[in-house]
Write a protein that binds this ligand. Structure first.
Ligand SMILES: [Zn+2]
Length: 362
């Protein structure tokens, strides 16, 4: 977040109507109940409610789920980037997205619970979502990332297209405030922020916005009262891609035989639970910092194993450093690991430790 966007966001906080059920106290950020997480510091950002952007009435009732969502899914709208950054432009895109979802997709309302404009304005999408998050104990089931994500997560649509173009700092600033608020209200761990592409075969939220998700995890970690520092990216049932492959390679490394297909299905879920049981961890199948701490292994030149394949595959597929995936940590792999470490601000030892794994799988 730039200094500009911080001061801009601070100014915005006081002025925008919070919602139909919002009080004057809520609009000034005073008296909003925070989640029970000790040391929680995230303030409620100004959120433009659906009535304020003139939302159409849902064509049928949305489903209220009487549980907290477990993770957040970040999207881009694949809309144009040449738009205004003021509040009027934000309300306009919220209204148009609702139209695409209702008229184009045949959905009952906006699919996502929240939206962020290029100017950094935060808006309610699916109606009822703002009251839900203020309560913190329930959420409106969305339509944004398929099964199982729709019933387990909050979806955020970000205005614009970020396959090649970088998102504006105003947008990233608004998105950061929003995810910190969601995470504190719903007790969502820092690791549990994903991109749409982690669940479905899609470019969404675009590579340039996807690359910023690790910053969101870091911000949530701080919002939860922890010291600023590296965090792990999560993995769980329903996710896919290179991070899942890393999990699968590492399960094999620990003698829990798992097909490496990049798809976190029922078999991988069962194997993760087995691994967690072996290590005395809670057997929930969810990969977070505690499971990563047991799963990742240190590697150096001369090692020959499945974990080395995981590193080589990450370098090739996710980080633009072509490396043969043969499980043999030779001089070329060492050189490539060092290049990755240097590019990411780590000490370029050419050996893989936990800090290197964290950035490889982010
Ligand atoms: Zn998406």
């Amino acid at each position: 977040m730039s200094e500009n966007s911080i001061s801009r966001r601070s100014l915005m906080r006081g002025g925008i109507v919070v919602g139909a059920a919002g009080t004057v106290a809520a609009a000034t950020g005073v008296g909003i109940s925070m989640a029970e997480t000790p040391g929680t510091t995230a303030k409620a950002p100004a959120i433009i409610d659906a009535a304020a952007w003139n939302a159409r009435k849902p064509s049928s009732a949305s489903e209220k789920l009487n549980s907290q969502p477990h993770y957040i899914v970040v999207h881009h709208m694949a809309s144009t980037n040449d738009v205004g950054e003021d509040e009027a432009a934000a309300k306009d895109i919220a209204y148009r997205v609702q139209g695409w979802h209702m008229d184009g997709n045949g959905w009952n309302d906006s699919g996502q619970q929240f939206s962020v404009s290029r100017g950094g304005h935060i808006m309610e999408g699916r109606q009822g979502s703002l009251d839900a998050i203020k309560d913190g104990g329930y959420f409106m089931r969305g339509i944004h990332a398929g099964k199982p994500a729709n019933s387990e997560s909050i979806g955020i649509e970000n205005e614009g297209t970020y396959s090649e173009v970088e998102p504006p700092e105003t947008l990233v600033g608004g998105l950061t405030e929003l995810v910190c608020y969601i995470a504190t209200q719903y007790n969502i761990p820092a690791a549990q922020v994903y991109g749409h592409r982690d669940f479905m075969n899609t470019d969404c939220p675009g590579t340039q916005l996807y690359m910023r998700i690790q910053e969101l995890r870091t911000a949530i970690n701080v919002a939860h009262g922890n010291e600023e520092g590296p965090v792990w990216a999560g993995s769980r049932l329903g996710t896919r891609g290179e991070r899942v492959k890393s999990v699968q390679y590492l399960l094999n490394q620990h003698k829990v035989t798992t097909e490496v297909d990049g798809s976190f299905g029922e078999l991988t879920d069962a194997n993760v639970k087995k691994f967690q049981g072996d290590k005395g961890l809670v057997q929930d199948g969810i990969i977070g910092p505690k499971t990563w701490a047991k799963l990742n292994v240190e590697l150096k030149q001369g090692d020959k194993n499945d974990a080395v394949k995981g590193v080589q595959s990450q370098l090739s597929t996710n980080h633009g450093i072509p490396t043969t995936v043969d499980g043999d940590f030779g001089p070329t792999t060492k050189k490539n690991v060092a290049a990755f470490q240097e590019a990411r601000g780590l000490k370029a030892t050419g050996a893989v430790n936990a800090a290197t794994w964290q950035l490889l799988v982010a």
